[in-house]
Write a protein that binds this ligand. Structure first.
Ligand code: G6P
Length: 610
């Protein structure tokens, strides 16, 4: 998730572009750059690091001119560095891009075979070269962009300028967002509303497949074939702060509702639905290595640890491989034994958590092969690992992790499927089922989130006054129970316990009375009957039971005080759905209590102390 901006008009472009980027920094902040046409040519300034580094550079090397494009980056291909920062240039062509080009490996190889010299590790530079090749065939800029995009698969919001034309920006969109802003004799472009709000409130949202030529006095919209397109103009009356949160009250709520999009980005290019398989070329593990592993150890902290627990169930079930999960701090606190041919999978949103980083180094020093599942590209943990399988959730601002959790689950499930297929434990038919199941998860998430918009608020009002809340789950739902309890503790400061349903009678059952709401995760999976018995045991002791169950389950509805119904999917994929009501419940309880949802007391987003 990156931010892009564009300006063409009568004013100096650079200050407007920098201002727009500042308002988009929530979309990414590992590097930034501008390209401005000075009337003769396009000049580019880029810097690694936060936007202020770019601003400092612009003081030394000011860019002048009334047309330009800009970018704030959240790395998806290639570590954060000046050479990987946007804009990217090929001959007269300069490009900024937000998105992920799925077929970048194939395109890169083709260009290298043609003798093209590539400067960066990014997928975006490839687009610049494709456009440049089309320009040199005699096409005009918009024609060249269309022809280049015909070769590209994936998600993009692109803005392209040419040194041969100081009056036009060509932009195109597929999957990634893009908004046009209409001024008086000037036009604006941005990934999102906040970039444009100080300058205009008249905006047009582009749709997938739209290509636009932006000039100072007009925007000409076409489709990818060049046919005319019309999009409505809208008046936006949001405040700038509301706009950054896309109208949501808190980043956490925005990030909860962003999960379908985050999942799509994470799954993009990794599900081969035609072959019914998972693509993990980027990870750098060979099929032979996959067959040779003797055991998997998963290491993580906090929410990432709960994702790792789900990963354990997936790896054991799909790959038939012994797997264990460790808290990174505890792994360091004992004399952990690394067996021969052991794979250590490290899970971390930030890639910087100190305990997880130190555990990574320890495992590596003891001879393990280390694979990092991390959200922040180029962070410390992947740098100390043998390979990385990145989640593409985009920056997560809320301290309580939500969208990063679900994308971690997705990567762990994909990795489990990949391992299972290579090791022979997983049939082609089941692999195909799981691949299809994953492909459908984003739309199931959207439906479920939409259906809970008002009901979870009511549920939070009904149960949110409790002093203690219990969350029960069995099998792959046990880590989700732990995650539900952690979310509630983190942001609403209510005491909550996550427990394995089967263990309830060994302790927590003593806590149960009419005051204690008990969430029971009881979707239809291999543990359904036993989980239902546990639900009834809680109910029989007077608990107020909130069941998270499969749609149409009358047996559960008959014995529960409240039910959240989740749509059917493969039982192994259900955690991606059952976690959603628990995240929303915590959010609404915290919001009613008036806590600082995005920055809860005593917590930090990234913990770099022991
Ligand atoms: C902190 C955050 C949690 C996160 C944990 C691990 O406690 O508040 O949201 O789960 O660190 O962080 P990591 O970046 O390694 O996933």
């Amino acid at each position: 998730m990156c931010g892009i901006v564009g300006y063409v008009g009568v004013q100096e472009a650079a200050p407007i572009l920098v201002d727009g980027l500042r308002r988009l920094e929530y979309r990414g902040y590992d590097s930034a750059g501008l390209a401005v046409h000075n009337g003769q040519s396009v000049e580019v300034v880029r810097r690694s690091g936060k936007l202020r580094e770019l601003e400092k550079a612009l003081q030394e090397t000011p860019l002048t001119g009334a047309m330009g494009i800009g970018h704030t980056r959240w790395a998806t291909h290639g570590k954060p560095s000046e050479v990987n920062a946007h804009p990217h240039t090929a001959g007269p062509v300069t490009v900024v891009h937000n998105g992920i080009i799925e077929n970048h490996l194939v395109l890169r190889q083709e260009l290298l075979d043609q003798g093209v010299e590539l400067q960066s590790e990014t997928d975006t530079e490839l687009v610049a070269h494709l456009v440049e090749q089309q320009l040199s065939q005699g096409l005009d800029l918009v024609g060249a962009v269309r022809a280049a995009l015909a070769r590209v698969r994936g998600a993009y919001a692109l803005a392209v300028v040419s040194s041969a034309d100081p009056t036009r920006i060509v932009a195109a969109k597929h999957s990634s967002p893009m908004v046009l802003g209409f001024g008086q004799g000037e036009m604006f472009l941005g990934s999102d509303i906040p970039a444009l709000l100080p300058y205009t409130r008249e905006m047009t949202f582009l749709e997938d497949g739209d290509v636009v030529v932006l000039e100072a006095t007009r925007a000409t919209l076409t489709d990818l074939e060049g046919g005319p397109v019309e999009r409505p103009r809208q008046h936006i009356d949001w405040s700038p702060v509301m706009a950054e949160k896309a109208g949501y009250k808190h980043f956490m709520l925005k990030e909860i509702f962003e999960q379908p999009r985050a999942l799509e980005d994470t799954l993009r290019g990794r599900l081969d639905r035609e072959a019914g398989d998972i693509v993990t070329a980027e990870v750098g593990l060979s099929d032979e290595q996959a067959r040779g592993f003797s055991r998997v150890t998963l290491l993580a902290c906090g929410t990432s640890h709960h994702a790792a627990m789900v990963g354990r169930y997936a790896i054991e079930e799909l790959a038939g491989l012994a797997a264990q999960v460790e808290l990174a701090s505890e792994y360091r606190a004992r004399s952990a034994v690394v067996t021969e041919n052991e794979l250590v999978v490290v899970v971390s949103q930030s890639g910087e958590t100190l305990d997880t980083l130190e555990a990574t180094k320890l495992a590596k020093s003891k001879g393990a092969t280390v694979l990092a599942i991390v959200n922040v590209i180029g962070s410390a943990i992947p740098r100390h690992s043998d390979g990385a399988f990145y989640t593409h959730a985009g920056p997560e601002i809320g301290v309580a992790s939500t969208k990063c959790f679900s994308t971690q689950l997705a990567n762990l499930l994909m990795f489990g499927i990949w391992l299972g297929r290579r090791r022979g434990g997983l049939s082609a038919a089941r692999t195909r089922e799981l691949v299809e199941g994953l492909a459908h998860i984003p739309s199931l998430m959207t439906d479920l989130l939409t259906s809970m918009k008002t009901s979870m608020g009511e549920m939070a009002r009904r149960y949110g006054g409790a002093q203690d809340v219990l969350f029960l789950g069995r099998g792959v739902q046990f880590p989700i129970a732990l995650e539900g309890a952690l979310k509630l503790k983190e942001i609403s400061y209510i005491h909550a316990e996550g427990y394995a349903s089967g263990e309830m009678k060994h302790g927590p059952i003593a806590l149960i009375d009419e005051q204690v709401p008990v969430f029971v995760l009881v979707p239809r999976d291999g543990n359904y009957e036993r989980s239902l018995s546990n639900l009834q045991e809680a109910k029989a002791r007077g608990a107020r039971v909130i069941a998270v169950a499969s749609e149409g389950d009358d047996a559960v509805a008959g014995v529960s005080d409240s039910v959240v119904a989740v749509p059917p999917t493969d039982p192994l994929l259900l955690p991606l759905l059952t976690v959603l009501p628990l995240q929303l419940f915590s959010y609404y309880v915290a919001d009613f209590k008036g806590t600082d949802v995005d920055q809860p007391r005593n917590l930090a987003k990234t913990v770099t102390v022991e």
